[in-house]
Design a protein. Structure first.
Length: 159
């Protein structure tokens, strides 16, 4: 075994992570703190571990979200609607849990008859398998109106 090497402090060097002694460039631990000269992980290993952790976190989050909203399918229909004086529309929606497990539905209500961006979105309470419940929502005024006082064409989709 060779004795500890000396590094000139006035030359470019790194410092030991544990004790602060000067070490050659790229060396994290001095010979006293790393007598077996075990190398540290490469940058690729470190970054790969971080990426694997992030991807694993997203997968875990997706699984938890799926478990939290399991159930369904959720057939839904508009039971009734009424135009309000301020231009909003009161709507009653019937949602059924057609699955074998409790679940919450994510519902979109469209005032154009087609589901798309700008729709009103809400989440139902948990529904038991086979349970049907009605939910009341107050929809903001549609972006474009015909001015003839007719109600908008409502469409609902629940997942």
């Amino acid at each position: 075994m060779t004795g500890p090497s000396t590094i000139a402090a006035d030359q470019p060097h790194d410092s030991c992570f544990r004790c602060g002694r000067p070490t050659p460039l790229g060396v994290a631990l001095c010979e006293q703190d790393n007598p077996g000269r075990i190398k540290g992980p490469s940058a690729t290993q470190v970054h790969g571990t971080i990426v694997a952790g992030i991807v694993g976190g997203f997968v875990l989050f997706a699984l938890l979200a799926r478990l939290a909203s399991s159930g369904g399918p959720f057939p839904a229909s508009v039971v009734g609607s009424a135009s309000q004086a301020d231009g909003t529309t009161a709507v009653v929606i019937s949602v059924t849990n057609g699955g074998a497990a409790d679940g919450s539905a994510s519902c979109r209500i469209s005032q154009s008859g087609l589901v798309g961006s700008g729709d009103d979105v809400f989440f139902t309470d948990r529904l038991a398998p086979g349970e049907t419940r009605q939910f009341e929502r107050l929809l903001r005024p549609p972006a474009s109106t015909s001015g003839d006082g007719r109600l908008p064409v409502l469409a609902v989709l629940c997942n």
